[in-house]
Design a protein around this ligand. Structure first.
Ligand SMILES: *Cc1c(COP(=O)(O)O)cnc(C)c1O
Ligand SMILES: [Zn+2]
Length: 416
């Protein structure tokens, strides 16, 4: 077993893995746990070279850094090892020499969330639970529904009734029990926690389950390995970029990315921590507000943004998400809905990467940071694209505009 213990992010208390299932019991539901590995033991069994030679093109290539004991529980659906594209055309527009897009929109259910759900479903199998539940603005649910279908495990999903239609249909297609809650995501989250306690379901709720961040960290492992590949430095160290831009809702993706980087630094596989740049929608900026105020205490907001996947009033992983940015000397930024729609178009037109609003929010943040002179043109920058453009058809239509309607005659076809 590679996991040494679980550590409370609020009070530092340490627990062996079967002592607590979710959070530190001393702070209600808010004492999220970090999963700590025995890095000497990991180092003694694996190094960068055999991973590079691995033919496992999924998150499970990092087996020794994941919290699962037996490969038999891994759901077959392939998650991760998504492309890291060199985005030279967008880089040119922004005067950034080395710009990369980590395209997580190509995961099997269309979002970054598959990374978390793959690990949590494996953990559920390992624990022998019968049913998994989650609250979701859509993507976490779709990811859980997809990975659960892959493992044939019954699933219950609580989504706000405002979730985009296509996302809800996706949950139903995979055979999940779906409850549309007449309330916000935050209310769906509370109801899911209460129901899981009442009925004994295993909760995948973001952050609350310590293994969601462990799944999400695989993106930073991939980024550093792929950057080393791009530079043919394979058998030496991996390469950490200077900055990573990522959209933030609950704050669990940025926390997971930070965790993966700290794992690599502890192993000596990278030699620095990139600056983490959290990007939030102006109308849903609780982490930004806390960071700006210099506090880790998150004050809830009333969320309103086109980027439904990051429309969160009370970020469940807010404290760690603020810390991730502060401790790496990064920054938080906010962007408007128009910035997000513009970023969706630019990603698709210049680099053929097709993102939903929250998926393009990280890039919208980079545009703003470049505009404000926060980033330097010589820095190596990675932007994480977190969700697929087909996830939210209504926003897609807003970003795309209308096609020309013409008569079926040659004269009607204009020159382009
Ligand atoms: C969930 C999600 C995010 C934000 O992740 P958090 O862990 O909630 O901060 C960003 N983009 C997409 C597409 C998502 O589904
Ligand atoms: Zn604690």
């Amino acid at each position: 077993m590679n996991v040494a213990y679980l550590k409370c992010s609020l009070c530092g208390a340490e627990y062996v893995t079967d002592e607590v299932r979710y959070v530190c019991p001393k702070h209600g539901d808010s004492g999220l746990l970090d999963v700590v590995y025995d890095y000497d033991s990991v180092s003694s069994r694996v190094s960068t070279a055999p991973i590079f030679d691995s033919h496992d093109f999924s998150i499970w290539r990092y087996w020794e850094l994941l919290p699962i004991e037996n490969r038999i529980v891994i759901p077959p659906l392939r998650v991760g090892w998504t492309p890291l594209y060199r985005a030279s055309r967008l880089g040119k527009q922004l005067a950034i020499k080395s710009l990369y897009l980590k395209d997580d929109s190509v995961n099997p259910t269309g979002s970054f969330k598959d990374r978390a759900s793959a690990v949590v479903v494996a953990k559920a199998k390992e624990l022998g639970v019968k049913v998994i539940a989650t609250a979701s603005t859509g993507n976490a649910g779709a990811a859980l529904a997809g990975l659960s279908a892959s493992a044939q495990m019954p699933t219950v999903i609580f989504a706000p009734h405002t979730a985009p239609e296509a996302k809800v249909a996706q949950l139903l297609m995979y055979g999940a029990h779906v409850f549309l809650v007449k309330g916000t995501y935050d209310e769906a989250f509370e109801l899911c926690l209460a129901s899981s306690k009442e009925f004994g379901w295993y909760s995948r709720n973001t952050g609350y389950n310590p293994y969601t961040a462990e799944g999400k960290k695989t993106a930073s492992l991939e980024i550093c390995e792929q950057l080393a590949m791009a530079k043919a430095e394979l058998h030496k160290r991996w390469v950490a970029p200077d900055r990573i831009f990522v959209s933030v809702g609950d704050g669990n993706i940025i926390t997971g990315i930070w965790k993966g980087l700290r794992d690599l630094l502890a192993l000596g596989w990278i030699d620095k921590l990139p600056k983490l740049m959290g990007v939030q929608a102006e109308g849903s900026a609780a982490c930004y507000n806390a960071w700006k105020a210099g506090t880790e205490i998150i004050t809830p907001v009333k969320p309103h943004t086109i980027a439904d996947s990051i429309s969160v009033g009370l970020p469940r992983d807010g404290t760690r998400a603020v810390r991730a940015v502060r401790e790496t000397s990064g920054a938080y930024l906010t962007v408007s809905d128009d910035d997000v729609l513009d970023a969706m178009r630019k990603l698709a037109r210049k680099e053929a990467v097709f993102a939903e609003p929250a998926g393009a929010t990280g890039y919208a943040g980079l545009v703003k940071a470049a505009d404000q002179g926060i980033v330097d043109g010589d820095e190596e920058i990675v932007v994480v694209v977190t969700g697929n453009g087909l996830k939210d058809v209504q926003s897609l239509v807003r970003a795309a505009g209308k096609a020309l309607l013409i008569e079926p005659k040659l004269e009607a076809v204009p020159r382009i």
